[in-house]
Design a protein around this ligand. Structure first.
Ligand code: THU
Length: 130
């Protein structure tokens, strides 16, 4: 699956977004190192802080199915159905991704390909805990 196909999968995943409070739909498509695809969407809650982002939905789905190695994630977000503007991943999702992915994880957005290290040059990790 190439990056364009992965982004299309993220846009498709946004169709299931439950975002009645923000009106902002997000989809994520996470590719495992062995070629499996896990998608996710944002799921909001009337108790706002319980909302989960699309990226974390996808990561938690994958890890709960036994997959922990990833090569790329695509993220698509929009408040008006136009997914051509980049939806950058929030800090919480970057932290969760960094638990399982190295600097070279490809992050596909509407504006092209990035690396995890572009957004997160340093990170808190298990090695930080001594
Ligand atoms: N959101 C995501 O799904 N991923 C991000 O990385 C940033 C924000 C969602 C959370 C909330 O449902 C909506 O976008 C508006 O913040």
């Amino acid at each position: 699956m190439n990056c364009q196909e992965l982004f299309v999968a993220a846009v498709k995943a946004a169709e299931n977004s439950y975002s009645k409070y923000s009106g902002f739909s997000v989809g994520a498509a996470l590719l495992t190192s062995d070629g499996r695809l896990f998608t996710g969407c944002n799921i909001e809650n009337a108790s706002y802080s319980l909302t989960i982002c699309a990226e974390r939905t996808a990561v938690f789905k994958a890890v709960s199915e036994g997959c922990r190695e990833f090569s790329a994630i695509a993220i698509a977000g929009s408040g008006d159905g136009d997914f051509s503007r980049p939806c950058y991943p929030c800090g919480a999702c970057l932290q969760v991704l960094s638990e399982f992915c190295g600097d070279d994880l490809t992050i596909v957005l509407a504006d092209g390909e990035h690396r995890l290290s572009d957004f997160m040059p340093v990170r808190f990790s298990g090695e930080s805990i001594i």
